[in-house]
Each structure stands twice: as C-alpha cells, then as structure tokens.
Write a protein of this length. Structure first.
Length: 287
C-alpha cells in the first residue's frame, strides 16, 4: 500500500507513480489519439461533410449517455471501495482479536511453555492467512519446535486454528484452565475463522462478469463515437479532448478493478504483510 501525505497537492499533480493509471493507459491513449486524428481528417479534409450534417447530431447522444455512464462508474467505484474497506475492517478485527486472545492467555496460563506456544501460533495465523489470500506458498511458517505440517490440499489457516484449539482442549483436560476459561478462549479462536471466511468471500466473489464486460464495452463505444460528433465544433482539438475523456473514464474502471480485490500485491492493496508483522510484535509484547 502506498504511504502518502493527502495534503501535498503538488506531489499528486506532477508525480507519476508506477501505480498511476496514466502509465497503464498510455499505449491505449496513443491509439485513441491516432484514431481521433484519422476521423477528424476524413470528416474535415476528405469527406467534406457540411456543418449541418446529421453526423453532427451524434453529440446529442453523447450528452444523454454521459449521465448514464457517470452513474454506472459511480456505482462501480463505490462497490469496489466497499470491498476494499470491508477487507481493512476484517484485518483490523484480526489485530484486535489477536491482542485480546494474547491478553487473556497471559492472565490464564501459568506454564511458560504454554505461553511460548501461543506466542508463536497466534501471529502465525495472521501470517499464513496473508499468504493464503495471496495464493502464496506457506512453507515452514512456524518457528523452532512448532512447525506446521504443510499440506497444500488442505485449508492452511484452518490447520493453524485447529492446532490452537487442540492445545486449548489439552490444557482443559490437564486442568490447567477451567471450563469457563475454555469458553472464553474458544470464542476468540472462532473469530479467527470467521474473519478468514469473510476475507475469502471478498476474494472469491468478484463483480459479476456481465456487468464488468458491459461497462468496458460502453466506455469503448462511447469514446469511439466522440470524434464523429465533436469534430465540427472542435476541429483537430477533438484529438486531445477525446484522449482526455478516455483517460478519465478508463481510469475510474482501472481503479475499481485494482481495489475490488484488496488482498493482492498491487500498490493500492491492503498492507496485510505489515499488519501481520504488527500482530506478531504486539502478541510477543503481551505474552
């Protein structure tokens, strides 16, 4: 995730970061500019269409459809941001639940070996969930004598939660914790699985295909027809105008595509790796 100062306007205006949509759209913008130049030349120099030509009335269609496309893009970006923000809230809840579990275990457990076990296991859940959501290989995630058996055909975060609950159940059988304490700790471990399931729901349920395809086609045909109607009013100035309109509309769609899946490695995705490292730091302080 990119760290920045939201009050620094000059940096935003004159700096082109690698995540900026201008870099990604530059090849298409050049092609759109060449296309608009060809249409302008044909209409003005070759076809010699009169200014009262019906082709000029195409601009009326653009005026009507501009309102429609703006509504679609607003809905698209809002939906994508809701997914991004929900992912951030879920990882914030994971931070809080990890702290709460560590605080309770620190007060309940007396054996230092048991504390060491959970000192490693609790942060490992966040670290493995981060890799699980990014579809990365986990490897030997846990340190020293606590090694998670890697089975790539099973659900890796569930394996960690299972190991923690087995340990809690063992402590209960050995009468190191009471039944009431077991219930309290169980609710915290259960919340980990709830958070994992909610993150998977965001990851595995993209925007409906038909909606995404329709919006891309709508933007494409809208921009492709712009030069036909506006060349009579703007002349060859229609070239930069069409390129700029395409840049604005396509950028909104690109931004929505990037943030709708917030658990990847893009610059605007959630800093889940950093959050997992903070969880490890906090749990080690508490236990």
């Amino acid at each position: 995730m990119i760290s920045y100062n939201p009050k620094d306007w000059l940096t935003f205006i004159f700096r082109f970061h690698k995540a900026d949509t201008f870099r990604k759209l530059l090849p298409l913008m050049i092609l759109i500019g060449l296309y608009a130049e060809v249409i302008a030349y044909l209409e003005l120099e070759y076809w010699h269409l009169p200014e009262d030509s019906r082709v000029k009335n195409i601009s009326i269609m653009h005026g009507m459809l501009g309102f429609v496309i703006s509504l679609l893009l607003v809905f698209r970006t809002n939906t994508a941001y809701d997914r991004w923000w929900e992912g951030r809230k879920l990882w914030g809840a994971l931070v809080n639940n990890s702290r709460n579990l560590a605080i309770k275990l620190n007060a309940i457990l007396e054996d230092e070996k048991d504390k060491i076990y959970f000192r490693k296991m609790i942060p490992s859940y966040a670290a493995i969930l981060n890799k699980h959501l990014k579809d990365e290989e986990t490897g030997k995630q846990l340190a020293e004598d606590i090694v998670l058996p890697v089975d790539h055909h099973t659900h890796r975060p569930n394996q960690v939660a299972k190991m923690m609950f087995l340990k809690i159940n063992e402590l209960y059988k050995n009468q190191k914790i009471t039944g009431d304490q077991l219930i309290i700790i169980n609710s915290e471990i259960q919340s980990f699985t709830d958070i994992c399931g909610a993150c998977e729901r965001i990851k595995n349920t993209p925007i409906p295909y038909s909606y995404s395809v329709f919006l891309k086609k709508f933007i494409f045909f809208y921009v492709m027809t712009l030069p036909f109607g506006y060349v009579f009013n703007l002349g060859y100035l229609v070239i930069p105008v069409v390129v700029f309109i395409f840049y604005v509309l396509a950028s909104l769609e690109l931004i929505a595509e990037e943030i709708e899946e917030p658990f990847g490695n893009d610059d605007n995705d959630l800093p889940t790796q950093k959050i997992a490292e903070n969880i490890k730091k906090h749990v080690e302080e508490l236990l």
